[in-house]
Write a protein that binds this ligand. Structure first.
Ligand code: AMP
Length: 379
């Protein structure tokens, strides 16, 4: 049995992965540039180094039987270096090569026969006029590499704002996407193992604020037919990508029930946090099982869930209102151990465990619970 797991990236996803891996008896090492990273606090060891520090990456490789990552914007060269020097990295650099580049990712999804939003590549200023002709406005321009949580993307209404976005991107390749007026944003968390078995959790319904996830409802309030299509698309994508581990496929659902893939994340995902509290085997444990060649677990739900992210707002680093929040016995709180609650930084989340259907009243109860929390300056 594999005994030592190395994790590149020490954020909250790594922390939750490490907590499950530790419970299962694994030794966990993490590499992150920030000392006392959320994952480093619960892992056996942390290497403090940049993600592209090849010496440090190799050290992580030597300390581990298998290396994985919780953050896909790591230097692909570092993963390739590990692979070349005989270390096993899962998911592989090939998976990263497709999912790190929004253009390659959308082309790949279309090759799988699955629809995406219409898009064009923008490399030079002149490309904008062509994209505007074929796609039109409003549109969304995003850097093809490196963006996350709404960073590196601009909603553009016409040529002037598109040129301004191009200037702000400072020469980076961009993707120009049709602005989709979706009725819902959905995601499917799935895990595939090396024997090609794939499990998919029930589809979730996500709300975002300026590109950052705020709430997930599981299962999504959608028809059986849409849920089946979304789960089938996630299985096809996982198999064609030959990913081993937990991954997430995000979708837009349009007014006429068209399901468009927006993004693939080759790692556990924020919208799958709820699996820790309402399923027998979380997305993190499934990832450990997949990369360590253990059988996957059936992804059934013991209850329904509403998950709310807790974001920093810049007014202090101490979270207040916890006692009031936890007066509701259906709430499970997770705090990531980050020192500074910078504006919009993901600091924690809570899951509301729901016995019946998640209706508007339950959503309102979760929103009211969220309003009990506030940030204050440390005393
Ligand atoms: P992304 O980084 O691609 O996941 O985008 C973050 C969020 O921005 C998405 O979850 C949507 O809420 C919004 N968004 C991104 N692309 C589009 C689009 N083409 N049309 C409408 N909204 C979008």
């Amino acid at each position: 049995m594999t005994g030592r797991i190395g994790v590149i990236g020490g954020g909250q996803l790594g922390r939750m992965l490490a907590l499950d891996a530790k419970r299962m008896g694994y030794h966990v090492s993490v590499l992150d540039p920030q000392e006392h990273s959320p994952c480093g606090q619960v892992a056996d060891e942390q290497i403090v180094a940049a993600y592209d520090d090849l010496g440090a990456i190799e050290r992580l490789g030597r300390m581990s039987d298998i290396v994985t990552y919780e953050f896909e914007n790591i230097a692909i060269g570092a993963v390739e270096h590990l692979e070349r020097t005989g270390h096993q990295v899962t998911p592989s650099s090939g998976v990263l090569r497709t999912t790190q580049d929004r253009l390659a990712e959308k082309r790949f999804v279309r090759e799988c026969g699955i629809p995406t939003v219409d898009f064009e590549a923008i490399e030079r200023l002149e490309d904008i006029a062509r994209a505007a002709m074929t796609i039109g406005f409003p549109a969304v321009m995003k850097t093809s590499h490196g963006g996350y949580d709404g960073k590196g993307q601009w909603r553009v209404e016409g040529m002037a704002s598109a040129r301004a976005a191009f200037a702000q991107a400072r020469g980076k390749t961009l993707i120009f996407e049709r602005f989709v007026s979706f009725k819902q944003e959905l995601s499917v968390i799935a895990t595939r193992d090396a024997r090609d078995a794939v499990i998919t959790y029930p589809v979730c319904e996500n709300s975002h604020d300026n590109g950052i996830l705020t709430m997930t409802i599981a299962p999504a309030r959608i028809s059986e037919a849409v849920a089946r299509r979304a789960r089938e698309a996630a299985v096809t994508i996982g198999r064609r990508l030959r990913i081993v581990g937990t991954y997430c496929v995000e979708f837009f659902l349009t007014e006429n029930d068209e399901l468009l893939v927006n993004e693939i994340a080759p790692r556990p995902h924020n919208s799958g946090h709820y699996t820790m509290d309402v399923t027998p085997c979380s997305q993190y444990e499934q990832h450990v099982r997949a990369i360590c060649e253990l059988p996957l677990s059936p992804p059934h739900m013991l209850a329904n869930a509403v998950m709310c992210n807790i974001l920093g707002d810049g007014s202090g680093d101490r979270l207040g209102g916890i006692a009031e929040l936890l007066a509701d016995p259906s709430i499970v709180l997770h705090v990531y151990g980050k020192r500074h609650a910078a504006p919009r930084r993901k600091m924690g989340h809570f899951t509301m465990v729901v016995d019946g259907a998640v209706d508007d009243a339950v959503v309102a109860r979760a929103q009211a619970a969220h309003r009990l929390l506030f940030w204050t300056a440390s005393s």
